[in-house]
Write a protein that binds this ligand. Structure first.
Ligand code: HEC
Ligand code: HEC
Length: 254
């Protein structure tokens, strides 16, 4: 008897608060409607507007070379990244702040939403339009070699072996590499090398980053950032049969 009394007492203020909030919401919406103000619909598109401040309209990127495009990337990849920021496997104060309180379900909804958007790319590289990359033909040639052929003597597989023949990514979890700014690409390799970006183990990109020299990375990023995005920039739908290194974030290759 005494126990249930205590329970009632404890629930009391919480219920009162909940009821007050409900009432306040109802009244605010009612007042807005009465005043003829449009009520903002609570849709995923509406919520995702908060992301446009940094990622551009519909996630198409902005002029800032460190804010990546998120539109059209494989849904599984986007979902993994949102969880990585939330759970501390990838570090960026702005992104951590955005996702810190969000549930897996909500993050999945955001990932599916942005994955389904395909706003156009700028007409030609660099993306975003920034001063052109000025590196020698030899550096670009080295970058192309790493991207398309790899460097077998040093145990470096071609980027295309995992990121797809056209380097536009592979569903569900490998992102495209064309259409990204050079600064962003370099920053990701730096983060993998120093351990501040991690993917599910075995982390193939961390292994690869460790095998690449700073010059290799710079060459690959410069070449990639100079490539036009093909007309069909969608990620390849069929997963790769076999990956040259094991990647824990790619379901079929586990
Ligand atoms: C205040 C700026 C800011 C806002 C707002 C923001 N982001 Fe980001 N986001 C960033 C930056 C900067 C990065 C790159 C971090 C890095 O270099 O690792 C990033 C990276 C990402 C990535 C990883 C992309 C990739 O290719 O790996 C995803 C996914 C992402 N953001 C989704 C979102 C979503 C969804 C929202 C809205 C809920 C959002 N962001 C809001 C700044 C922002
Ligand atoms: C063995 C497979 C494999 C190879 C080879 C590979 N990658 Fe990756 N890469 C991945 C996977 C898987 C991811 C997604 C990791 C994650 O979930 O964070 C990734 C992610 C990336 C990202 C992050 C993209 C973004 O939007 O943030 C960059 C940059 C990248 N790779 C560059 C390269 C380059 C350049 C090469 C060639 C020198 C290469 N990768 C070769 C598997 C591979």
């Amino acid at each position: 008897m005494l126990k249930s009394d205590t329970k009632k007492y404890r629930l009391g203020p919480a219920c009162a608060l909940a009821a007050f909030i409900l009432l306040w919401c109802a009244e605010t919406i009612g007042a807005a409607e009465a005043a003829g103000k449009p009520v903002v619909p609570d849709t995923i598109a509406q919520r995702a507007l908060a992301c446009s401040a940094c990622h551009g309209k519909e996630g198409r990127a902005t002029q800032d070379g460190f804010f990546p495009r998120i539109a059209g990337k494989p849904a599984g990849y986007l979902y993994n990244q949102l969880r990585n920021f939330r759970d501390g496997r990838r570090h960026n104060p702005m992104m951590a702040y955005m996702v810190t309180q969000l549930s897996d379900d909500y993050l999945k909804e955001l990932a599916d939403y942005f994955s389904g958007l395909h706003p156009p790319y700028p007409a030609h590289p660099p993306y975003p339009a920034q001063p052109p990359v000025t590196v020698s033909a030899a550096v670009l040639q080295r970058g192309r070699q790493l991207a398309i052929d790899g460097d077998a003597a040093r145990g470096i597989p071609a980027c295309s072996a995992c990121h797809g023949a056209t380097l536009t990514g592979v569903a569900p979890a490998v992102p495209g590499l064309v259409g990204l700014p050079r600064d962003y690409l370099n920053a990701q390799f730096g983060a993998w090398k120093n351990g501040s970006r991690q993917a599910a183990a075995p982390d193939c990109m961390a292994q690869l980053a460790a095998r690449l020299t700073v010059d290799d990375i710079s060459a690959a990023s410069s070449w990639l950032a100079a490539q036009p995005v093909p007309a069909d920039a969608a990620p390849q739908a069929t997963p790769m049969q076999r990956l040259p290194l094991q990647c824990g974030s790619v379901p079929a290759a586990r």
